[in-house]
Ligand binder design. Sequence first.
Ligand code: UDP
Length: 237
Amino acid sequence: MTTYHRILLKLSGESLMGHRGYGIDPERLGQYARQIADESARGIQIAIVIGGGNIFRGLSGAAQGFDRVKGDQMGMLATVINSLALCSALEAIGCRSRVLTAINMYPIGEQYSPRKAIECLEAGEVVILAGGTGCPYFTTDTGAALRGVEIKADAMMKGTRVDGIYTADPEKDPTATKFDRITYDEVYRRGLKVMDLTATALCMENDLPIVVFDMDTVGNLAKVLGGEPIGTVVYKG
Ligand code: UDP
């Protein structure tokens, strides 16, 4: 059974919406915080990267006429808003947590460095790494892959609303079957949409396994960190 000492948890902004059309659903936020706090209390070092799709995405901004770079900066700020919300929810239930930002925006958060993140993790804090990579034209999946490699995480846990990687989109094709394990090469060969290519390449080149799992079912974070095969593991092979 796989055991994890330090993980990078990627949460999508969209999942934070819960059943709402926009923004943050306090119930979903609370469920995430409770599960993360429990795993942190068990001694697992948890770094988190959250997306911003529930608030703003640079690409959709560009489609509405925004400058792409400005739009992406707005998207990065959206991830900071989500990060602050999660930090506050964690602190509210007694879990020590801290926001580190890719871009200097003290006192909203302290500026990220791999060393600072690792020090906080080793001191038992949950660290939330906000602002993606700090650069436009990237996604938070790439930010999560980069941070995962930098902090030497054992794996990147990608919490989504589906329970793993399928041969086809299970929401559209009822014959789609799920992989328990799959190599990066096969993900690429089959053209499966797990993450964008930049994020996948970064994980592959640095041998960072990805575990795709359904984070919206309460209890799944504990299962996946306990090594239960509930999602799909992507590995180098
Ligand atoms: N973004 C960016 N650089 C990064 C990470 C994110 O420019 O390194 C911007 C980009 O505009 C993106 C938005 O932030 O659309 C929100 O992130 P993402 O779409 O990855 O969020 P998710 O889909 O996970 O909610």
